[in-house]
Design a protein. Structure first.
Length: 239
């Protein structure tokens, strides 16, 4: 794989290689005291070939968050799991559909919903030369859990526009836009990420740094955030 190929694999939600991104997010002016909050998440992508024509992609999401005062707490968030069925990539277009579930595994009530939730997820992407553009969407609705917690009904849309140079450097914008149907509230970040691909010994890796401002946000959310993502890449044939 060339440096551009590796960089695009790091950005591609339907990558044919195993990848393990570790991301740190620092949110600014969080909560009533306008303090700083931190979150670290791991979202490995594991593709399986089920037939010569179809792949299944499994993508768990595990996060740990530190919330600032006045109700400071640190612990694990709810765990999410997405599964996509996608055709083996043969052209410039790729798509996938499947379920997403969220488990009430949070170690503190402030860090989770207290609900079992599930729904559909899907994505369509266009990859040609330096470009990788598309959109990933999902909807979570609660179906079980604590009767004393607010029901979950959240739609997420993640558009992505990225350009990658031959050197492995890339520029992208990939905001996660959400609408909370229960609270009737939008979250709308705007920003960009800059990334590069390199190797440590024989291990290819990708590093991405981005800054986003929340144009619309729910009460208590940060005004802006910075994210740093380090992705370990395991190209096909090397794992």
């Amino acid at each position: 794989m060339t440096a551009r190929d590796l960089a695009k694999e790091a950005l591609n939600p339907f990558a044919t290689s195993i990848k393990v991104p570790i991301e740190s997010v620092t949110g600014f002016r969080v909560g009533p005291h306008r303090n700083t909050g931190e979150s670290v998440n791991v979202e490995p992508l594991i593709p399986f070939e089920v037939t010569p024509a179809w792949n299944v992609i499994v993508q768990p999401f595990v996060a740990m968050t530190s919330l600032p005062s006045p109700d400071a707490t640190t612990g694990f968030d709810d765990v999410q799991m997405s599964v996509f069925l996608t055709p083996t990539r043969t052209g410039t277009w790729a798509w996938g559909l499947g379920p997403i579930v969220e488990l009430p595994t949070a170690s503190d009530d402030q860090l989770g919903t207290g609900k079992w939730s599930g729904g559909p997820t899907g994505a369509v992407f266009y990859s040609n030369g330096p470009w990788l553009n598309g959109v990933l969407a999902s909807h979570l609705a609660s179906f079980a859990g604590s009767r004393h917690r607010v029901d979950v009904a959240v739609t997420s849309i993640e558009p992505q526009v990225s350009y990658t140079w031959d050197s492995g450097w890339s520029l992208q914008s990939s905001p996660t836009i959400t609408y909370d149907w229960t609270a009737d509230a939008w979250t709308l970040p705007l920003g960009v990420d800059v990334g590069t691909t390199f190797s440590v010994g024989t291990q290819p890796m990708s590093l991405m740094v981005g800054a986003y401002d929340l144009v619309k946000r729910e009460t208590g959310d940060p005004d802006s955030f910075v994210r740093v993502q380090l992705t370990f890449l395991f190209p096909s044939g090397e794992h």
